[in-house]
Design a protein around this ligand. Structure first.
Ligand SMILES: [Zn+2]
Length: 463
C-alpha cells in the first residue's frame, strides 16, 4: 500500500500542472494525472501546491562559536526545518586549526547520529592545509565520503580565516576533482582594523557590529576570490550569504565573464534591514548580530531581482541560533563578544513564498528552483532530492497557499527566546511534510521520529 497525494498542483522549475503523486516506501513511484487510487492511502491535496521538500544548504547546528554553542542541536534544528517545509539540510563540519579534516568529519557525524529528523549532508569548512599542504589529499578523501563542497572564510582572522595562498591551493585541488568551494567573502583583516577603531572610540554597542563591516569589504572579497578561482583553473565557486547589491554585482560580473561562479542570499537580507530592524533601545540589536550584518533597505530589491534573473541561485538561512537571555548577552559592553548568528531554519519557505511569490517578485516555479531544485543540483543531490519525479526520494511538501500565519517566538520550534521575524504575517505555509515517504510534520506539529534522518553521500556538483 502506497500513499497517493491526490489533486494538487505539482510544481518544478520547469512548470506547474495538476497531478497526483504516488509514494511507495521511501520513493516516488509515479507523478501523473488521475493515478489509480485502489489499494493506496489517499491524501486529498486539492487546493494545495505539491512541492519538492525544501533544501537549506547553509545551517550551523550544534556549532561552537564565540565561547558558546548554537542553540539548536541536530534534533531541534531539523525538527524546526521539517515544520517549516525543509526536508534536507547541509550543515558545516568545522576543521580545527592543527587538526585534520577527518577529525571534523567524525565529530560532526557524532553530533548528528541518532538526532537528525531529516536527511542531511555536510560541507567541510577548511581552516588548515597542514604541514607542507599534506592535508590537501584529505580533500580527495572527503569527496569519496560524500563531502563535495568545501567552505573557506575570508573573515575572522586567527580563528577561521585562511590566506589567499590557502584558497588558491585548495581551489587548484577542487578544480581538478570537480568539487565546489563555498566562500564567506569579507575582508577580515581590514574589518578587524575598523572594529578596533570603533572599540577605541567607545562605540561598543551591537549596532556597531553592522557599522564596522561595510558592504565594500564584502564586495572586495568576492572580487578577490573570483580572481583566485580563475587563477586556480576556473574552480567552481559558490559565494555564501551575499548580503548587498555591491557584492551581488561582483557575482554578476564573474558570471557575465563565463566563470563557474554562483551565489546565495539568505532570508534575512531579503526582508530585514538596518533601517527597519536595528537601532533599537538598549541591547536589543544584539538579536540581529550575524555576519554579514543587515544592510540598508535599498539592497533588498536588487537581491530579489538577482534571484529572479539567476545572478543568485539559492536562498538559504545561515541558521545559527543563540538565545538572547544567556548567549547574546555575552557581548554586553563589547559587540565583538556577541555570538554571531540568528535563527531562521523554520521560516525560510514562508518568507520567501510570501515576499517572493505573493509579492510578484518571483514566479512559483522560481520559488521551487531557489529553495529546492537548484540547491539539489549545485550540491550533488539531484535527482534524488529537489524534484518530484518517479525514482526520487519522497521528500514532499504539501503547501497550503491560503494558510495565514504570524511568525512569533511564542510558537516557534527553534530553541531561541526570540524571532528576528517577530510579528511578520505570511500567507502560505507548510501543511504536510514528508521525508522519504514518512509524514514528519503536520500543520506546524512535528510528527516524525527523532534520529530517522540519514547522512547524504553527495555526488559532485551539477552531476
Ligand atoms: Zn554560516
Amino acid at each position: 500500500m502506497g500513499i497517493l497525494i491526490q489533486g494538487g498542483k505539482v510544481v518544478s522549475a520547469a512548470g506547474s500542472f495538476q497531478a497526483d503523486v504516488l509514494v511507495e516506501g521511501e520513493k516516488i513511484r509515479a507523478v501523473g494525472a488521475a493515478l489509480d487510487a485502489s489499494g493506496h492511502k489517499v491524501v486529498d491535496a486539492s487546493g494545495m501546491l505539491v512541492l519538492p521538500g525544501g533544501i537549506d544548504v547553509h545551517t550551523h547546528l550544534d556549532m561552537p562559536f564565540g565561547g558558546t554553542v548554537s542553540a539548536d542541536d541536530y534534533e531541534w534544528g531539523t525538527r524546526a526545518a521539517a515544520i517549516g517545509g525543509t526536508t534536507t539540510v547541509i550543515d558545516f563540519a568545522l576543521q580545527s586549526m592543527g587538526h585534520p579534516m577527518a577529525e571534523a568529519f567524525a565529530t560532526w557525524r557524532a553530533k548528528s547520529e541518532g538526532k537528525a529528523c531529516i536527511d542531511y549532508g555536510l560541507h567541510m569548512a577548511v581552516t588548515d592545509l597542514g604541514p607542507n599542504d599534506a592535508w590537501l589529499d584529505e580533500v580527495d578523501q572527503m569527496v569519496a565520503q560524500g563531502i563535495t563542497s568545501f567552505k573557506i572564510f575570508m573573515a575572522y582572522p586567527n580563528v577561521l580565516m585562511v590566506d589567499d595562498r590557502t584558497i588558491y591551493k585548495l581551489m587548484e585541488r577542487t578544480a581538478k576533482l570537480g568539487a565546489l568551494v563555498c566562500v564567506h567573502a569579507e575582508n577580515g583583516t581590514v574589518i578587524d582594523a575598523i572594529v578596533k577603531e570603533a572599540l577605541e572610540a567607545g562605540n561598543t554597542g551591537p549596532l556597531y557590529h553592522a557599522l564596522t563591516r561595510p558592504t565594500v569589504a564584502e564586495a572586495e572579497a568576492v572580487h578577490r576570490v573570483v580572481a583566485i578561482s580563475e587563477l586556480a583553473g576556473r574552480a567552481s565557486t559558490y559565494i555564501v550569504h551575499v548580503s548587498c547589491e555591491q557584492a551581488m554585482r561582483e557575482v554578476e560580473a564573474a558570471r557575465k565573464r563565463g566563470l563557474p561562479v554562483m551565489g546565495e542570499t539568505c532570508t534575512q537580507y531579503l526582508v530585514l534591514s538596518i533601517d527597519d530592524d536595528m537601532g533599537k533601545p538598549g541591547f536589543e540589536d544584539a538579536k540581529y548580530v550575524f555576519t554579514p550584518p543587515l544592510r540598508q533597505k535599498q539592497n533588498q530589491q536588487p537581491l530579489w531581482e538577482a534571484l529572479r534573473a539567476d545572478v543568485l541561485q539559492v536562498v538559504s538561512t545561515d541558521h545559527c541560533p543563540f538565545r538572547f537571555s544567556d548567549q547574546k548577552t555575552l557581548g554586553r559592553g563589547n559587540f565583538t563578544k556577541i555570538p554571531n548568528g540568528g535563527p531562521g531554519i523554520e521560516n525560510r519557505m514562508q518568507l520567501v513564498y510570501h515576499h517572493g511569490v505573493n509579492a510578484g517578485r518571483i514566479s512559483l516555479e522560481r520559488f521551487v528552483e531557489i529553495t529546492a531544485e537548484a540547491p539539489a543540483k549545485i550540491f550533488g543531490m539531484y535527482p534524488q532530492k529537489g524534484v518530484l519525479a518517479a525514482g526520487s526520494d519522497a521528500d514532499i511538501l504539501v503547501w497550503d497557499p491560503k494558510a495565514k500565519y504570524t511568525i512569533t517566538a511564542a510558537t516557534q520550534s527553534m530553541h531561541t527566546d526570540y524571532s528576528i521575524f517577530e510579528g511578520f504575517e505570511v500567507e502560505g505555509n507548510a501543511s504536510h511534510v514528508y521525508s522519504r515517504g514518512e509524514l514528519v510534520a503536520d500543520r506546524g506539529r512535528f510528527v516524525g521520529r527523532v534520529g530517522r534522518g540519514q547522512y547524504l553521500h553527495r555526488g559532485l556538483p551539477g552531476a
